[in-house]
Design a protein around this ligand. Structure first.
Ligand code: GUN
Length: 282
């Protein structure tokens, strides 16, 4: 079984990006810039944002974090986004989720210039991805996709089963696999026989947020299994895949932690650089 080392893959990607940033700096006398807006003091969000900032600086990006208290008014945030949209030194804007209840998430997402939407959450990017046009691609599914392609560069005609249909993971993951000519089944909490569906998959991507849902006897021999789950349980953090059982049948499997997670942040940096490159072209 191949244990997919997301930490190593992310370090390799960051190294490539670092070289690319250095080339871009020579060519344009400017480096891509990522600005993160962080509202409130939720600990997981603070940790994510700190990691994002650290990684951005490591690859040579300009990195800014704008912090607001929980009580910030929606119009203040929208005003700041408008300012960042116009700022040529800002290539990518990310508003860390979740947001306080009094702020309309969709309004915030739609306020970001689609050309600077490094999360790929803006309806324009969602639409472009599903139409097969160039777009920002949500970081976690992009990371999963790159890991799958490392194991199996040719996905033509493979059967892929995506467990979970969120806008963040399941839906964009489906689009990426379709683009690679997979036959994709999207499953979710109302799917009748999830085990039978999973057993069809040459590739399984589990992104439902249910601890160790995908069991060993749900997985076809030699399938590639990608575990997006991060679930806090009594025995610590576990994924959506029963790791020990599935590792006995799968060809390749991502661990949790150390699988998809590190790739997500590396892909955010990649998206920032890609936004910068597109802005230079236009
Ligand atoms: N919070 C947790 N994951 C994410 C993400 O991918 N993007 C944003 N903006 N917020 C998040």
């Amino acid at each position: 079984m191949i244990l997919i080392d997301g930490k190593k893959a992310a370090a390799e990607l960051r190294q490539e990006l670092k070289e690319e940033v250095s080339e871009l700096k020579k060519k344009y006398n400017q480096v891509p810039g990522l600005t993160v807006i962080l509202i409130g003091d939720l600990t997981p969000s603070q940790i994510y944002v700190r990691n994002k900032e650290k990684s951005a600086i490591e690859v040579g990006l300009k990195s800014d974090v704008i912090r607001y208290p929980d009580s910030v008014e929606e119009k203040t945030v929208l005003g700041k986004i408008e300012e960042l949209n116009k700022d040529n030194s800002v290539s990518g804007i990310l508003v860390q989720l979740p947001l306080p209840k009094h702020i309309d998430k969709q309004k915030v997402i739609e306020a970001i210039d689609p050309a600077k939407d490094v999360d790929g959450f803006h309806p324009m990017n969602v639409g472009n991805l599903s139409s097969g046009y160039e777009s920002s691609i949500p970081c976690t599914p992009l990371g999963c996709y790159l890991l799958i392609k490392k194991i199996e560069p040719n996905l033509n005609g493979k059967k892929a089963v995506v467990v979970g249909r969120s806008n963040l993971n399941g839906k964009p993951m489906t689009q990426l696999l379709l683009k690679e000519n997979c036959t994709v089944t999207i499953t979710h909490s109302k799917t009748k026989d999830l085990k039978a569906e999973c057993l069809e998959g040459d590739i399984i991507v589990a992104a439902v947020g249910i601890p160790e849902l995908v069991k060993g006897d749900w997985v076809k021999k030699d399938a590639i299994v990608i575990d997006v789950g991060i679930n806090k349980t009594e025995k610590g953090i576990v994924g959506d895949v029963a790791f020990d059982e599935v590792s006995k049948v799968a060809k390749a499997l991502t661990p949790v932690p150390g699988g998809v997670g590190p790739m997500t942040i590396a892909c955010l940096l990649k998206n920032t650089i890609d936004c910068f490159k597109r802005s230079q072209k236009n």
